[in-house]
Design a binder for this molecule. Structure first.
Ligand code: DON
Length: 593
């Protein structure tokens, strides 16, 4: 469950427009703290909701309710997104949390402009290109060494300051309520705890919180996290400085440097390199979004350190250059875009984003796609601005098939003013690095395992001081004539990119409705020898794709997407997964027709 580089998968080889009226105000008036988190009537978890006045889609009912409560009380999409993210830190603590990071893509309706906020974790100053060399991946996952400088709190503060109306204290209130009163343990929470039990028990703080009485809390029981409620309360009062250089930061550093290993544990837990100065130096950053045009629609995504925007965008450009698009073309375009991602994208200066997203480059790449699957592995192209006739396909070094679980999380919020947030949040592995900061109720991330471990000369994703590991997170907003059409995203490591791409292709090329596009069976080709696919995809397309030279292997579940589509006459359709990862929660402010 935790390992990405070891692949234990069972191998089955088979041969509209937005019509919301803009208000006179830039944003709604600030709320009083007590005004937030009212009861919400839509009590059930359901994957599709249609209506008006605002919409939310998350993987979790409590988080969706938190966001809906903020919207109903007059908060805007950014307020609601931060409230939902903090609530996911309570109810989905193995995927999200204040010690993690994430990316926000935001559509500002009044200015008709897309912004992004990079809250990605950073390597400490003491980390260099060789710091992860020779360390077994699984050892790195559960270590202090893999903990990046957390980005979420700085991102929440920047997001609220720039685009929200609530204070951090107000935005944290719904999460504090859920952490205090508790939430019902569902099968997903139980399964994730059970899958992590062997390492959770190796840390005194983690075992105390998540293995009460030595076992995962049973399905149906109420799980409370009063320590996290207290941490959020203080964070609201003291602000991000408490973490970025203050006493909470000192506790994080102490935990990273000397993880609270259970006496008698034989686990080799490597200490981390993080110092309080690294926390003091951390900043969430606004960055220009990636942008490309697909069939006349503008697709905005996340720029480096994420590879999400450039890889989704390049694959769409390649598809647009082809005479027709089917499952074969979807897989091949993705294969090529991943070859380029591996060579060119990382948190480094000079990523050739413009060329990677150019029509000329896409055409040059598209002409490599024939009727049969191309030989593995596809070599990266040359995004040099000089695009001629089809180049011969050179071969490249083989890469390993990586299995990626549906960890991490994504949420979408739209408000009555037409502002939209697509937000990916992560602590990397399910359960992050497995280490709870004693007495504080939250897990640390293991995001630095997203770096290339090396040695790999020239790799754009080797660690360096302060560098952010390359991500695949791909929160995406699609506009038509500067108005939102669709916002979407997913968890799943590098399968995030293919899940977002596949949903867009399902919706725009195959003519599915948004709920159908999310529910449809998935496959993921990331320049790997085999294409991972869900069973229903193999059943439906396996024979034909095998004839075309593809080799499909089972991945039981790919992604856990959330999306909102902007229908005619100001109506919104919020969509979450119907079944994957137990199904998600879609809500709208008003369900009236
Ligand atoms: O940033 C990334 O791409 C990953 N750390 C996201 C983590 C995730 O989706 C978990 N999956 N393996």
């Amino acid at each position: 469950m935790i390992s990405r580089r070891i692949t234990p998968l069972a191998g089955i080889l088979v041969g509209s427009s937005l019509l919301l009226v803009q208000p006179a105000l830039a944003s709604p008036p600030a709320l009083s703290p007590s005004a937030v988190s009212p009861p919400v009537s839509q009590a059930e978890k359901k994957p599709v909701a249609e209506g008006s006045g605002g919409a939310v889609s998350t993987v979790d009912l409590d988080a969706s309710k938190a966001a809906l409560g903020v919207l109903r009380e007059g908060g805007n999409a950014m307020d609601a997104a931060v409230a939902a993210a903090a609530t996911l830190g309570v109810t989905e603590p193995y995927s999200a949390g204040l010690a993690g990071g994430g990316f926000i893509v935001y559509y500002d309706a009044r200015r008709k402009k897309v912004h992004t906020i990079d809250g990605r974790e950073a390597a400490p100053k003491a980390m260099g290109p060789a710091s992860l060399e020779g360390i077994p991946f699984d050892d790195a996952v559960t270590s202090g060494l893999s903990a990046g400088v957390p980005g979420s709190v700085a991102q929440w503060e920047l997001a609220l300051r720039r685009f929200g109306t609530l204070s951090l204290r107000q935005a944290l209130k719904p999460a504090i309520d859920v952490a205090t009163k508790g939430f019902k343990v569902d099968q997903t929470f139980y399964d994730q705890t059970a899958a992590n039990a062997a390492r959770f028990k190796d840390f005194t703080s983690t075992a105390k919180l998540y293995l009460p009485g030595g076992a995962p809390p049973p399905v149906g029981s109420t799980f409370r996290n009063p320590e996290l409620a207290d941490t959020y309360r203080r964070l609201g009062r003291l602000g991000g400085e408490w973490l970025y250089g203050g006493a909470l930061g000192a506790e994080v550093v102490a935990t990273v440097k000397k993880p609270p290993v259970t006496p008698g544990s034989t686990r080799n837990v490597r200490p981390g390199l993080m110092e309080l100065s690294d926390l003091k130096a951390y900043r969430a950053l606004e960055r220009p979004p990636t942008k490309m045009t697909y069939k006349g629609m503008d697709v905005y995504g996340m720029a480096p350190p994420s590879s999400g925007g450039s890889t989704v965008g390049e694959a769409l450009n390649i598809l647009e250059a082809l005479p027709e698009v089917g499952e074969h073309e979807y897989l091949e375009a993705s294969r090529l875009a991943f070859a380029d991602r591996g060579k060119y994208v990382g948190d480094i200066p000079g990523v050739p984003l413009g060329e990677l997203l150019s029509d000329g480059f896409a055409k040059e790449r598209a002409c490599l796609i024939g009727e049969r699957a191309m030989p593995h592995p596809a070599a990266p192209g040359d995004p040099d601005g000089m695009y001629g006739p089809c180049p011969a396909a050179p071969s490249a070094e083989a890469t390993e098939t990586a299995a990626e679980g549906p960890e991490t999380t994504h949420l979408v919020v739209a408000d009555r003013w037409g502002n939209v947030v697509a937000y990916n949040i992560t602590i990397e592995s399910t359960g992050g690095n497995g280490i709870v900061v004693p007495g504080r109720g939250f897990l640390l991330n293991n995001e630095l395992t997203d770096f290339t471990f090396g040695p790999a000369p020239g790799d754009p994703n080797l660690p360096a001081p302060g560098k952010r590991p390359r991500s695949s997170m791909a929160p995406t907003i699609v506009l038509n004539d500067d108005r939102p059409l669709l916002a979407l995203g997913s968890p799943g490591g590098s399968t995030i990119i293919t899940t977002v791409l596949q949903i867009l292709v399902n919706r725009w090329d195959f003519g599915m409705s948004l709920p159908e596009a999310l529910a449809a069976p998935r496959a993921t080709q990331r320049n790997t020898a085999q294409t991972q696919a869900e069973q229903a995809f193999i059943d439906r397309y396996g024979a034909e794709l095998t004839r075309q030279g593809h080799s499909l292997v089972l991945n039981p579940e790919i992604g856990a997407a959330t999306a909102v589509e902007f229908l005619r006459h100001g109506r919104l359709q919020a969509v979450a997964e119907p079944t994957r990862r137990g199904g998600g929660s879609a809500l709208v402010v008003s369900e009236r027709r």
